[in-house]
Design a protein around this ligand. Structure first.
Ligand code: AVI
Length: 332
């Protein structure tokens, strides 16, 4: 499959002591403190939320179209295959709320299937979301669709005039796997509170454990798009904290940690590196790593247990014929 994105910029953003860096707005001080604390940790770490600057979001879109990256197209296949049963379990009409809605492409399919009356998309990238919600309204003129800017891990405030009807929280894409289990449980509890109305519920995508070679290829594709996506986090961090990482000097590593049932992504230093930022810095030995992402692959019973602990009940799961991916519905 052709990958249409231009080659990544390998040069880092200018360091803060260069003149052109003065024009780059840094992240707020508390965010910089958090990012730097991660960089100074042993081993160093960067939160995966920093993958998604503009270029990172484009690279992620490209990942979802890769032949090796099965989750997106498998989820679509599950939704198509079990559309009728899913609509029956969820119920028609009501308010669909999608945390991390992004392009709203999946919401369009679901809202059409359910005949939803209202949609609220929530995303940290409010401008991008506004455009996506406008396209959703154009595609489904009968749908009252709104955009709410915000971090989905904080409490989500819905617009006051969204009706108090039955609510479905829709969290596709297996993004729950990018949270460590305690954080995933906290997020599910928050979703439970958000959906809590008579007959409220959650419809969520879960990536299941599978053959190691399939997993490995999905996170280390032949065209190197996931590697670009991983390295791009350093360019983003450079802009946020004024550091001078050279993304081209870091190697993408992805492997399945069987004990934890998760894919881990890391960046390994190609040689000794000295990285500086205003007020500090850190040296990295050759091959030393920065941990950038976990992607948990939950066996279905383990995930259903997590849902129960979050307060959900009567879970129902639908999978593809290979048993690679599940869409799960549960009631509040
Ligand atoms: C967004 N999330 C579900 C993706 C995943 O599969 O964990 C992020 C990703 N990382 C590398 N490839 C895709």
């Amino acid at each position: 499959m052709p990958v249409t994105l231009a080659a990544p910029a390998v040069a880092a953003s200018p360091p803060p002591w260069s003149t052109s860096a003065a024009a780059q707005p840094l992240a707020p001080a508390d965010e910089r403190v958090q990012i730097i604390a991660g960089l100074l940790d042993q081993p160093a770490r960067i939160s995966p939320k920093y993958f998604y600057d503009e270029r990172g979001s484009q690279l992620f879109e490209a990942i979802t179209r890769l032949p090796e990256y099965y989750p997106t197209r498998t989820e679509q296949a599950v939704l198509r295959r079990h559309a009728r049963a899913i609509a029956q379990a969820v119920g028609r009409g009501g308010v669909v709320i999608e945390p991390g809605a992004g392009s709203c492409d999946k919401a369009r399919v679901l809202c059409r299937l359910l005949g939803a009356t209202h949609f609220v998309g929530v995303d940290i990238s409010a401008d991008y979301l506004e455009g996506a919600v406008a396209r959703l309204r154009a595609a489904l003129p009968g749908l009252d669709a709104r955009a709410v800017g915000g971090d989905i891990t904080a409490a989500i405030e819905l617009p006051g005039d969204v009706p108090q009807d039955r609510r479905l929280v829709f969290y596709p894409g297996s993004s729950i796997g990018n949270f460590d289990p305690p954080a995933a449980l906290a997020l599910l509890r928050q979703m439970h509170a958000l959906a809590r109305r008579e007959r409220g519920g959650l419809l969520i995508g879960i990536d299941l454990p599978k053959d190691l070679a399939v997993l490995q290829a999905a996170y280390d594709d032949a065209a190197g798009v996931t590697a670009q996506f991983n390295r791009n986090i350093l360019a983003h961090v450079n802009r946020l904290i004024g550091s001078d990482f050279e993304p081209g000097q870091w190697r993408h590593e992805a492997f399945f940690n069987t004990a934890a049932s998760r894919i881990e992504m890391h960046l390994a230093a190609c040689g000794p590196q000295q990285v500086r930022w205003p007020g500090g810095g850190r040296s990295f030995a050759a091959h030393e790593r920065i941990h950038t992402e976990n992607s948990y692959k939950y066996p279905l019973p383990a995930f259903l247990d997590l849902l129960t602990r979050a307060g959900f009940r009567q879970p129902q799961a639908w999978t593809d014929e290979r048993g690679w991916y599940a869409l799960v519905h549960a009631r509040t």
